[in-house]
Design a protein around this ligand. Structure first.
Ligand SMILES: [Cu+2]
Length: 147
């Protein structure tokens, strides 16, 4: 009995570590400028990932955060809510479109879009209208989904 339990644990450990080996980690920088005349940016602001991957937001400049655009966020996945002046990260648990914004600079177009696997929340994407100055940048991101 004890032997069986240990074997099961060993099998589980192998399964988990192979999963961890497959899941990738992506980094998005949080910046004041891209150095090419674009201000208040996530870099990159468009990313294709696989479900199970981790996306890390790394604070390069202060007075920003990274959080979910909850209108474009797969149901059942905890919305990202990064604190101001902090790095943030989340695991892309499900296929889908994931909208990201910086809270203070949302209307200035500080947005990012992450596409994981075969998204099932296209209706959310179609219904979402980005506010003010974010509309132009958001529309550019959406265009990148199917090049
Ligand atoms: Cu910002």
């Amino acid at each position: 009995m004890k032997f069986v339990t240990l074997t099961s644990i060993a099998a589980l450990t192998v399964a988990l570590s192979s999963f961890a080996a497959l899941a990738a980690e992506h980094e998005i920088k949080i910046k004041n400028t891209n150095g090419k005349g674009k201000f208040m940016v996530f870099e990159p602001d468009f990313l294709k990932v696989a479900p199970g991957d981790t996306v890390k937001f790394v604070l390069v400049d202060k007075n920003h955060n990274a959080e979910a655009i909850t209108e474009v966020w797969p149901e059942g996945v905890e919305p990202l809510k990064g604190e101001m002046n902090q790095d943030a990260e989340f695991v892309v648990e499900k296929p889908g479109f994931y909208g990201i914004k910086c809270h203070p600079h949302f209307t200035m177009g500080m947005v990012a879009l992450i596409v994981a696997g075969e998204p099932t929340n296209k209706a959310q994407l179609d219904a979402f209208k980005a506010p003010g100055g974010a509309k132009k940048r958001w529309d550019e991101l959406v265009k990148q989904i199917t090049p």
